[in-house]
Write a protein that binds this ligand. Structure first.
Ligand code: AVJ
Length: 322
């Protein structure tokens, strides 16, 4: 079987695909769901009735915008509002609009892995909220945290919405929070969304819609390998499978091979054999409760200053300081 033995890969994506598809059991990282097609599919997910997270957080921000903006602007000095994984900024616009209405001085620095998402956000903001001073930054959370640390001397508020942290296992989440702690000063804030444990059926439905949007989103990682690395995955030979463990609060997504098959990835010179019913683990979407968030924050040396939630406590935004 031809196998690439050298360790030179053109991109991190190529390296990680090689690593994950030659491992046992197989895995791929959900951060590679997001190209132009994936961004659109995720927007469709956010618009689905089953995917309660987006509406829930939107309503929390809208209902509490005065208190939230008071926190952000606490000392009256101009500040920089960073946002990790900004996406289409739908929820953030509630806060941006309120900041503009109150004549608060700030600049907005959205960060996303997808240049396409950033371009769309910048165009939309120029039209809808031309007063906002916007400086987009493309990259992964890990690269860009460095840039945040080295930024101008203004106070920093870092937004991390949408329960994006849920893609990280707890040890990675602690590492990530520690890195965030390193780039902030005493009066800076981290404002972060954490989807909460709830009726397991509600969670399962959010990641397993009947219309197949989540399935297409999950399979988009194989579509990207086909497009960008000359892969020949037959997407119909895989099914989307979701599990949720109510004890640990972990939702996991898989692609399951319906047949015995061998895929070939030209750019990697790699054959990828699958047994019938063999899996590729593609994503975790962790659900939390106060105790777990408290524990994560404590491990990272952060304090919970306050939190905002809906009536049902199905989703919470926490404010961390150091
Ligand atoms: C963007 C990571 C928050 O895990 O809920 C939606 C991505 N995956 N449906 C999530 C996702 C399947 C989403 N995050």
């Amino acid at each position: 079987m031809p196998q690439k033995t050298t360790t030179t890969f053109a991109t991190a994506f190529e390296r990680e695909v090689h690593e994950g598809l030659t491992a046992f059991p197989k895995y791929l990282s959900s951060k590679y769901f997001y190209d132009e097609v994936g961004d659109k599919l995720f927007q469709d997910i956010m618009a689905m009735p089953e995917y309660y997270l987006t509406d829930c957080e939107f309503n929390i921000l809208d209902a509490n915008k005065t208190a939230i903006v008071d926190l952000f602007a606490s000392d009256g000095e101009p500040f920089s509002l960073f946002e990790l994984g900004a996406g289409d900024g739908k929820k953030t616009k509630v806060l941006l609009r309120h900041l503009v209405e109150r004549n608060i001085r700030f600049d907005y620095r959205p960060i996303d892995i997808s240049q396409n998402a950033l371009d769309q956000l910048e165009t939309a903001l120029h039209k809808e909220l031309p007063e906002v001073d916007i400086n987009p930054l493309q990259g992964t959370y890990f690269d860009t945290l460095r840039d945040i640390g080295e930024s101008n001397g203004r106070r920093k508020v870092i937004l991390f919405l949408g329960s994006n942290i849920g893609n990280l296992l707890h040890p990675q989440a602690v590492e990530f929070l520690k890195n965030m702690r390193k780039v902030i000063n005493k009066n800076d804030l981290i404002f972060m969304g954490f989807d909460q444990k709830k009726n397991p059926q509600t969670i399962l439905d959010a990641y397993n819609d009947k219309t197949g949007i989540t399935e297409a989103f999950n399979k988009n990682i194989l579509a990207r390998i086909n497009k960008e690395m000359g892969g020949d995955f037959n997407l119909d030979n895989f099914l989307h499978w979701e599990v949720y463990d109510p004890q640990t609060g972990t939702a996991k997504s898989y692609l399951v091979s319906k047949v015995e098959q061998v895929a070939y990835i030209d750019r990697l010179d790699l054959e990828v054999p699958f047994k019938r019913w063999e899996t590729i683990h593609t994503e975790i979407s962790q659900k939390y409760d106060d105790a777990v968030v408290q524990w994560l924050a404590g491990k990272a040396g952060l304090e919970i200053a306050t939190s905002f939630s809906d009536e049902e406590e199905s989703y919470k935004d926490y404010v961390f300081t150091k």
